[in-house]
Design a protein around this ligand. Structure first.
Ligand code: NDP
Length: 298
């Protein structure tokens, strides 16, 4: 069935591929971006031209996840145009690379603002609509950084992804009795096909970074390359993440998998997830609340 979908951070990378793939699958998709009249205006034009050429219902909408006003306006526009909002894909996110000590607290707070609080703003805008509908899907782009092996110099980023996991796992149970389902797609490191690594930001104060560079022989600058070297030639491309999202959306409501792992590097998250998923369900059973892992009608 055709769904109305909002994808955050759709100017590039997974978000852009997810928006196009879902639109190709027959859904009405809002590829949301920030600064649509400025820096991202060429991306908006590209998406619109592609949608027209492909004959799909792919639209763009302004959404800066740093602003509640922006999130509210985006959801309002979608509901005004379509009368509903079925799926939110929480994709917008940013990577920082550098010695953890070298980042100011403001820089780390800024990363949490985008990667963690950004999802909360969008949820605060979308959940009232989904609760009224008695149905919806929150689909989160998580990360194997939370579960698998992990390199140094990405500490702040890893902390934000772990924080998002904490939020989504509990929120999933809190919204299920409103008919809202939660699913996660968990990508491993994709060093190509997205702007994640190329657009990563570094500590503004480079003096400490130089100290670490000397002691670690520039290891922070090599992390991306080392991950790329671990990626087999026939590993899934970034499109596999979009295909995983499309598969979750296509699955009937109430039957969607909570976890879909797409890991080109094989960082061990698969093994860890096997255990965490068992524990997640078993503990809920002991508490007598395992029904909360599935949406129920009100
Ligand atoms: P990209 O850098 O290509 O995409 C990130 C997107 O987030 C961009 O469209 C960017 O928009 C957007 N964004 C950043 N800040 C904001 C904001 N304030 N408001 C709205 N949009 C914003 O990287 P990926 O596609 O790789 O990343 C997408 C998601 O996948 C992230 O959540 C990331 O953590 C996750 N992920 C990535 C992995 C990888 O290895 N690539 C692995 C695991 C998870 P703009 O162009 O305006 O900056």
């Amino acid at each position: 069935m055709s769904q109305v979908v909002l994808v955050t951070g759709a100017s590039s990378g997974f978000g852009n591929l997810i928006a196009r793939t879902l639109a190709r699958g027959g859904h009405t998709v809002y590829a949301s971006m920030r600064d649509t009249a400025g820096r991202n205006a060429p991306r908006v034009a590209e998406v619109r031209a592609w949608a027209e050429e492909s004959g799909v219902d792919l639209r763009t909408v302004e959404l800066d996840v740093l602003s509640q006003v922006s999130a509210d306006a985006a959801v309002r526009q979608i509901v005004n145009e379509c009368g509903r909002l079925d799926v939110v894909v929480h994709n917008a996110g940013h990577l920082t690379v550098g010695p953890t000590e070298a980042f100011s607290t403001e820089e780390i707070a800024g990363l949490f603002d985008t990667n963690v609080l950004g999802t909360h703003r969008v949820n605060r805008a979308a959940l009232p609509v989904m609760r009224d509908q008695g149905q919806g899907l929150l689909l989160w782009i998580s990360s194997t950084t939370v579960f698998g092996g992990y390199p140094p110099f990405m500490g702040a980023y890893a902390a934000t992804k772990a924080a998002v996991e904490g939020l989504l796992r509990t929120l999933a149970m809190e919204v299920s009795r409103f008919g809202i389902e939660t699913a996660t797609v968990v990508p491993g490191a994709f060093t190509a096909g997205t702007e994640h690594f190329p657009h990563a930001s570094h500590p503004a104060d480079s003096s400490l970074a130089v100290v670490y560079d000397g002691r670690y022989d520039g290891l922070d600058a090599q992390v991306g390359r080392r991950l790329a070297e671990l990626t087999p030639a026939d590993a899934p491309t970034a499109q596999a993440v979009a295909d995983a999202v499309a598969s979750v959306v296509a699955t009937p409501h109430g039957q969607r998998p909570f976890r879909t792992l797409v890991d080109p590097v094989g960082d061990g998250a698969a093994e860890v997830l096997e255990v965490t998923e068992r524990v997640r369900v078993d503990f809920a059973k002991r508490l007598g609340i395992d029904d909360l892992w599935h949406p129920s009608a009100g």
